[in-house]
Write a protein that binds this ligand. Sequence first.
Ligand SMILES: Cc1ncc(COP(=O)(O)O)c(C=O)c1O
Length: 445
Amino acid sequence: MNKPITTADAQPNNLDAYWMPFTGNRQFKKQPRMLVAAEGMHYTSHDGRQILDAAAGMWCVNAGHGRREILEAVKAQVATMDYAPPFQMGHPLAFEVAARVARIAPAGMERVFFTNSGSEAVDTALKIAIAYHRLRGEGTRTRLIGRERGYHGVGFGGTSVGGISSNRKFFGPLLNGVDHLRHTHDLAKNAYSRGQPEHGADLAEDLERLVALHDASTIACVIVEPMAGSTGVLVPPKGYLERLRQICDRHGILLIFDEVITGFGRVGKSFAATRFAITPDIITCAKGLTNGTVPMGGVICKNAIYEAFMQGPEWAVELFHGYTYTAHPLACAASLASLDLFEAEKLFERTLELQPYFEQAVHSLKGAPHVVDIRNIGLVAGIEMAPRPGEPGKRGFDAFLKIYEKGVLPRVTGDIIALSPPLIVERPQIDRIVETIGQVLRTLN
Ligand SMILES: Cc1ncc(COP(=O)(O)O)c(C=O)c1O
């Protein structure tokens, strides 16, 4: 057990210096919500409460918190070798993690580049896509296609292909040569879908519109989240990803699945690509790759993409890209231990087994005040509330605070409550999460 932490230990005296990300800093600093320890399915808050984690931290702690196996692996690694330069030098764990990731990726996707975050994985993938076409003599293919409501992190590349207006509007023109597909959210036709919605496969045809507008010869890639998480859990309509794959093939456009959330079991298989049986050209991942313990991201490429770079003199650098902390030894140690845990505890399979129970539980909130949609897949659910007139996001924020006060940590995005508990969640814990949300919805105005 973690040692008990008192309020006096845990409350820093001064909250001014830390500029918090994606947070209302002034509200937070007036009413701080500090987490000071974590074990299994729970956090300990600064005031000593046990908080049930309904969000796997932030979609990343798939095997639950405080896993001893990961701790031991990281401790042993820091004692053996703290750091190794990744340019022109290697260390064995980096190759081992890449091989392990390749083993659970779709067949033919066996080349893995490492980054330190999902945002870096996305920017890396976009750069690889553009460079790949150039190396094949199609240097005009530079245009990047994202999708409305997409979230691909916060680098300039990811922000540019992203489709959430508040994440874009403050930051100027962003990258040029970017366009967006329409999103797939359709409340009128698909509200309260369980699993993949019936309607919307035809929205993939929007890519044909962009091809007609820009010409395929200018388009490098399309990047989508196979299940869009951060915008509030949008499950792909039946047939949508298949159509997108076909249209990309028809026009020689690379298809990138951003699996930063869906990777490593969240939807019941190693990747959403496996779950939906669609092989993209590139997969980006992060989060669950180390169970959230040490920052790490990855870009998994089709072998042919890697091969296209393997030209010129053998001693020469093939891809002018990388990070000081690419394949950091501590991240690699954490990743290997995490991948071992996922396998030993069959957590991806467990997710599929739990899906019907989880689905039934979250859909029991249909009819609760304010709720206009509930959607789910694997161990992810989105509960969408109607916004308060003139105050979009405020009802969601109030719900978040009240749910947290009752000892459950969800994730809220706009007016949508997103649930993604660690994959070790037990049925009574699912019940508690849903009951707590139900209670809050009934008291919320
Ligand atoms: C689909 C997707 N891509 C990229 C990112 C960015 O990852 P990071 O916050 O590690 O940079 C996220 C983060 O939530 C994500 O959900």
